[in-house]
Design a binder for this molecule. Structure first.
Ligand code: SAH
Ligand code: SF4
Ligand code: F3S
Length: 475
């Protein structure tokens, strides 16, 4: 994608720490004894949520407090996603809705960042149609936030920075985590796969792995701080380690982290089937702290469409992995991502997807109707299928998913699981809820003190979307 927009450089040209100090003293002068409040909203995937936690870490360091009520905010920041059109529409709607508030309050700062604005046509659109946005920046320049914010605050400038630095995950930034017992830990950034429908490689740049020593240090400090579940993040964690000088791959990294002492569990996402190895499956089987849950996005069950999607595997390759994993880890849980209505998908292709669902028996799915993304290869493919037909296929997919999930969930009645409690459950006022190793929701008769702890629950009943159970003594 070409960069047509001139990058707006800040005049400050200072280090990260100096910029933080400049903003902090500016805010102290402007707000005196009052603490300025930031409203931060993140859209999209866990990688973006993780970026949002760094943004909040930086804002806290600069002296901001936080509010969930946008009307009380002195700074509004929308951290956006570009993966599907409806994600973008929601953001543009939100920016539009903030116009009056921004126009009324000259001291309010409105920032829009993340994947969506990294697309030059969107950056241009915001600049033209929403000129009251003060600061626009992409995911490559997170660590420049203090410097850019200072230019906005002190020099009253409008800043736009969507340069691609290629630096990967910014090291050493403060993180303000949303939860005290579950943490996101990015192990890499970017994507090299260029699936033909996907915008991510264009907005997040090329794959770059973090050094294992940096990951291990962050992981250890999370465990020391009492985190009970750490999810390793990457667009394709299975290609972790490529390009690093050290001799490492994802399986080795998992073994290294699994060896850290403590009572916690490790999750990871996403895994690309083309790079999932039998060594990885053996590693999941061998590592007691790695959850027996494999989120392995298949996208569809037709070889013809998989080829057009540029996914790099066939249905048979995928099934080989699934079968090997089921043999090695009998209680493994599979989840997946599915795209319905890729350009040129026929009824026969779609039936292949339904057939695949029946064979694998996924516990749950993240399913999407194909969304055309400007600049991707699939955007120029013939797409004769109507939206109605795509919706109809989508509904059939969801109905089958529910049927398979409900049948599978019935088999779990009578089993005992260790779950990490997230909060109140949806099954009734006395219920609390958590997830088991296999990522299934388990509701049980709990207490507020259970939140953030592991408890043992015996399943007494299955619903379509969850298991119901009773707490039993820990083993
Ligand atoms: N890197 C991850 C996925 C990131 S995007 C992986 O490859 O597994 C999350 C999911 O969004 C994808 O798995 C895909 O199912 C869906 N997705 C991506 N682009 C899409 C598009 N243009 N339309 C519909 N769904 C899309
Ligand atoms: Fe997108 Fe494919 Fe990369 Fe996943 S692997 S982020 S679907 S290009
Ligand atoms: Fe969206 Fe960017 Fe994630 S496009 S899915 S927020 S990497």
């Amino acid at each position: 994608m070409k960069k047509e927009i001139k990058q707006n450089q800040t005049t400050a040209n200072v280090s990260y720490g100096e910029a933080v100090d400049l903003v902090r003293s500016f805010l102290e002068r402007r707000y005196q004894e009052n603490i300025p409040l930031a409203y931060v909203h993140t859209y999209g995937c866990q990688q973006n949520v993780s970026d949002g936690e760094k943004i909040k870490g930086m804002l806290a360091e600069m002296g901001y407090g936080f509010t969930d009520d946008v009307r009380n905010a002195n700074l509004i920041l929308l951290n956006t996603c570009a993966v599907r059109e409806n994600a973008e529409d929601r953001v543009l709607g939100a920016i539009g809705a903030m116009k009056h508030q921004r126009m009324r309050d000259d001291e309010l700062v409105l920032c829009v960042c993340g994947c969506m604005v990294q697309q030059p046509h969107i950056a241009e659109k915001i600049r033209k149609s929403y000129p009251y946005v003060d600061l626009l920046f992409g995911p490559h320049v997170l660590n420049k936030l203090p410097e850019m914010l200072y230019a906005v605050l002190a020099e009253k400038r409008h800043i736009q920075n969507i340069s691609e630095t290629g630096e990967g995950v910014a090291e050493g930034l403060p993180v303000r985590r949303d939860q005290a017992f579950k943490a996101w830990l990015p192990i890499m950034s970017g994507c090299n796969n260029f699936c033909s429908y996907c915008i991510v490689p264009y907005v997040r740049g090329r794959e770059k792995s973090r050094k294992s020593a940096d990951i291990l240090a962050e992981f250890r400090s999370l465990v020391d701080d009492g985190y009970k579940e750490i999810t390793l993040l990457g667009q394709n964690v299975n290609s972790y380690g490529k390009g690093l000088e050290e001799d490492i791959n994802f399986a080795k990294l998992l073994r290294m982290l699994n060896a850290v002492p403590g009572d916690f569990r490790i999750r990871f996402m996403s895994s690309h089937p083309k790079d999932a190895t039998l060594e990885l499956i053996d590693t999941i089987a061998a590592c007691d702290k790695v959850c027996k849950h494999f989120h392995l996005p298949v996208q569809c069950g037709s070889d013809r469409i998989l080829k057009l999607m540029n996914r790099g595997y066939t249905v048979a390759d995928y099934m080989k992995l699934v079968q090997y994993a089921k043999e090695k880890i009998p209680d493994i849980s599979f989840t997946s991502d599915i795209i319905v209505g890729f350009p040129g998908e026929t009824e026969e292709d779609f039936e292949g997807t339904l057939q695949l669902l029946k064979e694998v028996q996924f516990d749950s799915l993240f399913s999407f109707i194909y969304s055309k993304r400007i600049g991707t290869k699939a955007a120029s493919m013939e797409d004769p299928t109507s939206q109605e037909e795509k919706s109809e296929r989508f509904n059939r997919l969801i109905a089958l998913e529910k049927e398979i999930g409900a049948a599978r969930y019935r088999n779990f009645v009578g089993k005992t699981y260790r779950i990490l409690v997230d909060g109140p459950g949806r099954s009734g006022p006395a219920y609390y809820s958590g997830r088991n190793d296999g990522y299934m929701i388990v509701d049980y008769n709990g207490k507020p003190e259970d939140i953030g702890k592991f408890v043992t629950v015996k399943v007494t009943k299955s619903l379509n979307w969850a298991l119901l159970g009773e707490r039993v003594p820990d083993k």
